[in-house]
Ligand binder design. Structure first.
Ligand SMILES: NC(=O)c1ccc[n+]([C@@H]2O[C@H](COP(=O)([O-])OP(=O)(O)OC[C@H]3O[C@@H](n4cnc5c(N)ncnc54)[C@H](O)[C@@H]3O)[C@@H](O)[C@H]2O)c1
Ligand SMILES: [Zn+2]
Ligand SMILES: [Zn+2]
Length: 366
C-alpha cells in the first residue's frame, strides 16, 4: 500500500515528503495509521549523522495512531485499537524474558539497522530501497509497520495524536527515576537538561515526593516550566559561579540521586559530584556511540554509582499504562511540553526542537 513519508536522503539534509510503498505485514506485525509523532533528540542525532544509518531512511520513533490491520498470529491488538509506539525488542532473549526489554540482545538490529531482523525492508519506492524499521516503526509517515511488541494499546478517550512521546522521551526520563533511581519520599533529586527527558524526570520525582527537586538548564523558559512542574530550585549553569556547590548548598551534603539528560563529560561529572554518599546517578544523554568521559574514582568509591540507562529501563507494555494512570491522577501533565505542527511542517518542528523553542514538537496528520 502507499503512504506519505518524510525521507532523509542525505546526512544533515532536510526531510522531504514523498510517497512510498509499504510492504505487506509479516507474522506478528501491525499496520498503524499514524495520527501524531513526537520529535526526539535521537531523531535529530540520526539526521546529523551521529548514528550511522543507511539512506534514504524514514526516522520517527514516537508514533501514535490507530491499528489498521494485523498480521498473522497477532493476539493482543485488533483493528481500531489506539496504540502508542515504542522501541522494538525480540521478546525471546535472556533480557527480554526477564522484563529488561531495553537491553534486548538484538536491540541495535531491530531499532537502528533500517530493516527487519530477516533483512527485508518495510518500505520501497518502486525498485528503490527505502530504509524503514527505525525503532521498529519509522513513524515520520502516514502509516507505519510496527510489531505487536512495540505497539502498546492505550485508552481511546485520550487525544491519540499526543501519546507517542510516552514511547521514548517521556518513558526515558520518568523510567530513569521510577525504575532505576527509585528515590524515597523526601529524597533529594537533581536533573541536568530540561528537554522532554529531564522534565519527565522532574514530574516523576515530584510524583514520588522527592524534596528538594533541583533542575539545571541554560534555557530560562525551561527553568520556569520545571518550577511549574515541581522543581523546588532551578539553576542556569552559566549564571552560577560554582554550580556543584550551589546545588549541594540546597541539599547538603548532596542529593540522593541525579539524572543527566545532556550527556556531555562536564555535565555527567557535575551530576556525579552533587551526590551525597551513597547516591546514585543515571546518565541517559546521548552524544555519540563512542564518547570518553573523565570522572573522579575517589568520589565514586564512597558508595556512589553511575549507570547508563536505555529507555528508562522500561518495558513499554507495562510502563506506558503506568504513565497514563499517573497522567489521569494529574501527576504527569506531559501535554504541557507539547506543541503540534502539521506533518508538512516537519522540518520546522525539528528546527524548533533543535533551537530549544519547543520542548516536545509533535507532528500531526489530518
Ligand atoms: N538513553 C536513552 O534511551 C534516551 C532516550 C531518549 C533520549 N535520549 C537522549 O537524552 C537527551 C535528552 O533528550 P531530549 O529530547 O530531552 O533533548 P533536548 O535537546 O530537548 O534537551 C536537552 C536540554 O539540555 C540542556 N542543556 C544543554 N547544555 C546543558 C548544560 N551544560 N547543563 C544543563 N542543561 C544543558 C538544553 O538547554 C536542553 O534543554 C538527548 O541526548 C537524547 O538523545 C536518550
Ligand atoms: Zn530480546
Ligand atoms: Zn527517542
Amino acid at each position: 500500500m502507499k503512504a506519505t513519508a518524510a525521507l532523509l536522503r542525505e546526512t544533515e539534509g532536510p526531510l522531504t515528503i514523498e510517497e512510498i510503498e509499504l510492504d505487506s505485514l509479516q507474522a506478528g506485525e501491525v499496520l498503524v495509521r499514524i495520527r501524531g509523532v513526537g520529535i526526539c533528540h535521537t531523531d535529530i542525532a540520526a539526521q546529523q549523522g551521529v548514528i550511522p544509518l543507511p539512506l534514504p531512511t524514514v526516522l520517527g520513533h514516537e508514533g501514535s495512531g490507530i491499528v489498521e490491520a494485523v498480521g498473522e498470529g497477532v493476539t493482543r491488538l485488533v483493528p481500531g485499537d489506539h496504540v502508542a509506539l515504542s522501541y522494538d525488542h525480540c521478546g525471546d532473549c535472556q533480557w527480554c524474558s526477564r522484563g529488561r526489554t531495553a537491553y534486548c540482545e538484538v536491540f541495535a538490529a531491530v531499532n537502528y539497522f533500517g530493516a527487519r531482523l530477516d533483512s527485508s525492508l518495510t518500505m520501497r519506492q518502486g525498485e528503490d530501497e527505502v530504509f524503514g524499521s527505525w525503532f521498529g516503526q519509522s513513524s515520520f509517515a502516514s502509516y507505519a509497520i510496527a510489531s505487536e511488541r512495540n505497539a502498546v494499546k492505550v485508552p481511546d478517550d485520550l487525544p491519540i495524536e499526543l501519546l507517542g512521546p510516552l514511547g521514548c522521551g517521556l518513558q526515558t526520563g520518568a523510567g530513569s527515576v521510577m525504575n532505576v533511581l527509585r528515590p524515597e519520599a523526601g529524597d533529594g533529586f537533581c536533573v541536568f537538561g530540561l528537554g522532554a527527558v529531564g522534565l519527565a524526570g522532574v514530574m516523576a520525582a515530584r510524583a514520588l515526593g522527592c524534596d528538594p527537586i533541583i533542575a539545571v538548564d541554560p534555557n530560562p523558559v525551561r527553568l520556569e516550566l520545571a518550577r511549574e512542574l515541581g522543581a523546588t530550585h532551578t539553576f542556569d549553569p552559566a549564571a552560577s559561579h560554582d554550580l556543584v556547590w550551589d546545588i549541594i548548598g540546597v541539599a547538603a551534603p548532596g542529593v540522593h540521586c541525579s539524572l543527566d539528560a545532556v550527556g556531555t563529560g562536564p555535565v555527567i561529572r557535575q551530576a556525579l559530584e552533587v551526590l551525597r554518599s551513597p547516591g546514585r546517578c543515571v546518565t541517559v544523554g546521548f552524544q555519540g556511540l563512542e564518547h570518553d568521559i573523565t570522572i573522579d574514582q575517589g568520589h565514586l568509591l564512597l558508595g556512589r554509582s553511575l549507570s547508563g540507562v536505555i529507555e528508562g529501563d522500561a518495558d513499554p507494555a507495562e510502563f506506558i499504562p503506568r504513565l497514563i494512570a499517573l497522567h489521569r491522577e494529574g501527576k504527569f501533565p506531559f501535554e504541557r511540553l507539547i506543541e503540534t505542527f502539521p506533518f508538512e511542517r516537519i522540518n520546522e518542528a525539528i528546527a524548533a526542537a533543535e533551537a530549544g523553542t519547543v520542548v516536545k514538537p509533535v507532528v500531526v496528520f489530518d
